[in-house]
Design a protein around this ligand. Structure first.
Ligand code: SF4
Ligand code: SF4
Length: 398
């Protein structure tokens, strides 16, 4: 692994400060079909100020979609290729040089997971048809950096690509998340760090501390813009095991936190219950009350089904403090669905998944309930069981 200390180019920092000062406005635009994605994105950008505000001719512009796993576009796990293609075209039209990059979540020993995920998600085809570079963060190399003002990680490894470009654009997918309730523009940058650091973040054993770790990463990336793929989102057990749901929106903001605040509210989740929102706002990023332009929020609001693993995050904190041990949502492996690929074993930061003969079992004592195994299992073989008390409390909601 390439480990160096890096500073920030003056241009990149100035550009970031300029766009933060510019505004925290969030635009919402109807988009009924991915064939209209480019027009909708263009309109959403015009409402906040356009791409020209952040891109100068010749700038290298990193587009960071969510390519979480080896899944086709119709599963709604990954950012739709039409959104990525539209952004490649719009960045080129603004005079920039688009580059697509990500590091996916699944690690199978000996395999190149991100490459397979680029292919399955249709993003490899976008890169080749648009003639743009495609960077696999897993193999491109990481750089060790200091994190000024960190709350969890004072030093972290981050993809070299983040430090080499002039402009960074987050292209998240509108989804629920079993650990953080909602995943969007800020959480999208979790994919810029290596697996080792991702495991350390999950090992913090607390949603709020995990949110703070994600914001530590965000504070280093300093993105300039976010475009949300909310045409088809994912409700229920996101970010990988939920159900696709038509939402019909594209959103844009120069401020990822402002966009996340509005997007979580759009899907019926209290923005201040989302650990990444809470952590970002408390560090002074974004705003709790962004200006919304375009379609009124009330017109497009839709209540996404909650993730089962996220139920405890919705409980009042005093109740969680008192009944922490009784309010549990524990994962277990359904052996009849398990393909024994061991992706879950590789990703378990707590080393809680143990081999028992030709099957796997989760050691409840070691498990920190981060749900990474569930998120990344290609066979949906990691199921969850709620404690009796939690079942009783949530019966009316489930
Ligand atoms: S539970 Fe899922 S990830 Fe784990 S070995 Fe089985 S199929 Fe693979
Ligand atoms: S078994 Fe699954 S939920 Fe438990 S710590 Fe490991 S990855 Fe997280």
């Amino acid at each position: 692994m390439n480990v160096r200390r890096y500073g920030y180019g003056k241009n990149k920092l100035t550009k970031y400060i300029k766009c933060v000062i510019m505004n925290t406005r969030v635009s919402i635009i109807h988009c009924s079909d991915y064939s209209n994605a480019k027009d909708a994105i263009k309109e959403s950008l015009n409402l906040i100020g356009g791409l020209e505000k952040i891109i100068s001719p010749g700038n290298r512009v990193l587009l960071k979609p969510n390519v979480l796993a080896i899944r086709p576009p119709e599963d709604a796990v990954t950012t739709h290729p039409a959104v990525v293609a539209a952004m490649c075209e719009l960045v080129s039209e603004a005079g920039g040089i688009p580059i697509i990059g990500d590091g996916s979540g699944i690690v199978k020993p000996g395999s190149t997971t991100t490459s397979q995920a680029f292919k399955a998600s249709g993003i490899e085809d976008v890169a080749s048809s648009c003639g743009v570079g495609l960077i696999n963060f897993e193999t491109y190399g990481y750089v060790e950096v200091d994190v000024p003002g960190a709350t969890q990680f004072s030093r972290i490894h981050i993809s070299r690509a983040i430090l080499e470009v002039d402009v960074i654009i987050s292209l998240p997918k509108l989804k629920t998340h079993e650990l953080t309730l909602y995943t969007g523009a800020v959480k999208n940058f979790f994919g810029t760090i290596p697996q080792k650091n991702r495991k350390q973040a999950h090992f913090l054993e607390d949603r709020n501390r995990f949110g703070e770790a994600v914001v530590d990463i965000y504070s280093i990336v300093k993105p300039h813009l976010a475009i949300m793929d909310g045409v088809v989102g994912m409700e229920g057990n996101g970010p990988a095991n939920g159900t696709p749901i038509f939402t019909g929106v594209i959103m844009a903001s120069y401020d990822c936190v402002a966009l996340d605040v509005v997007a979580s509210e759009l899907i019926g989740i209290d923005p201040l219950k989302v650990p990444t929102n809470k952590a970002a706002l408390s560090r002074g990023f974004g705003t709790e009350h962004p200006e919304i332009v375009g379609i009124p929020l009330e017109e497009v609001k839709i209540r996404f089904k909650r993730p089962e693993g996220g139920i405890t995050a919705m409980m009042p904190s005093f109740l969680m403090r008192i009944l922490r041990k009784q309010l549990t949502v524990k994962p277990f492996i359904n052996i009849s669905s398990c393909a024994f690929c061991k992706a879950c074993v590789s990703n378990c930061s707590a080393h809680a998944i143990e081999e028992v003969g030709r099957s796997l079992k989760i050691n409840e004592e070691k498990c920190i309930q981060c749900y990474c195994c569930r998120e990344l299992c290609p066979k949906d073989a990691v199921e969850i069981k709620k404690s009796l008390l939690l079942k009783l409390i949530t019966r009316s909601k489930s």
